[in-house]
Design a protein around this ligand. Structure first.
Ligand code: FBP
Length: 276
């Protein structure tokens, strides 16, 4: 029987993924923090998202992950300069604590297509009492994205009343394996604290590219850069970084350092010299 080759959708996904992923080490800038955390993440001298995004894109990232509204507002900054991932779920920190274990729709796959996105992103809190609702939404997002050949990045975050330590290897492994099982094309998850343990996380993803989630700003930049080196050596494709870039004293330099370490062009120690 003659082979019909790959489907239109799988070709579209791999073309779009290749616009995001740099096999030498991928750096994605996450910038949904105004929505997720509000002003607490921003010092008074850097409340303006446009200025921050200008600096990061100018310094060179492989993609930016934005909410739909920001993607529209700041298209003059990212379009034609870097890939776009539109995050279509979110939660504000204004909600009552318990309800922060649910991400709500903040846009659609069609919005992402209209905006010219290369991928969509959605969070699943594995272990949340609202896991069922999040999974229904995830499946709807994944199915719609499949129609357009759009890859879906899952922020696979173990989080819920029965999870004592969300960075524990078995917990992260579980979330990553679950993300693979529900069809994620790209996975962003917590760093488990060592290269050896993160290698197991990458292995659990069975070939689906894994990216480290940046996390809260580290006191010393060199420590964050060491984590980036470790996750690359563990086999991760790269990292999705927010606060460790935009809360740095020198945003452009922090962006360049992250990229240099991820691609092996600089050691964490050399890269961090003179910074922070
Ligand atoms: P950071 O690198 O700043 O951790 O950004 C990654 C990210 O997943 C963002 O996309 C998101 O806004 C935030 O972390 C989620 O933070 P929290 O863990 O507090 O929900």
């Amino acid at each position: 029987m003659p082979s019909l080759g790959s489907s239109y959708s799988s070709i579209g996904k791999s073309v779009r993924l290749s616009r995001i992923l740099d096999e030498r080490g991928t750096l994605v800038f996450a910038f949904d923090h105004w929505f997720e955390h509000g002003p607490s993440d921003f010092s008074a001298d850097r409340l303006d998202p446009r200025t921050i995004l200008e600096k990061v894109v100018g310094a060179g990232v492989d993609a930016v992950m934005l909410t739909p509204g920001d993607a529209r507002l700041f298209a003059d900054i990212w379009a034609g300069r870097t890939a776009l991932i539109v995050k279509v779920t979110g939660k504000t920190s204004l909600r009552p604590e318990r309800e922060r274990l649910l991400q709500s729709p903040i846009g659609s796959v069609e919005d992402a297509v209209r905006l010219g996105a290369d991928a969509v992103a959605a969070t699943v809190y594995w272990g949340s009492p609202m896991e069922d609702v999040m999974l229904e939404r995830w499946i709807a997002i994944r199915e719609a994205a499949e129609m357009y050949g759009l890859p879906v990045l899952q922020l696979a975050y173990p989080r819920g009343p029965s999870i004592r330590n969300r960075y524990e290897l078995d917990i992260v492994l579980y979330g990553v394996r679950a993300a693979v099982q529900v069809g994620a094309d790209l996975i962003k998850t917590y760093y488990t604290g060592s290269q050896a343990s993160f290698a197991k996380v990458v292995e659990a993803a069975s070939g689906i590219p894994v990216m480290m989630s940046g996390g809260p700003k580290r006191e010393k930049m060199v420590d964050f850069l060491r984590d980036l080196k470790a996750v690359r050596e563990a086999g991760a494709i790269g990292a999705v970084v927010g606060r460790n870039i935009f809360q740095s004293r020198d945003i452009e330099r922090a962006t360049q350092l992250c990229k240099a370490v991820l691609t092996g062009r600089a050691s964490p120690e050399d890269a961090a010299e003179g910074l922070l």
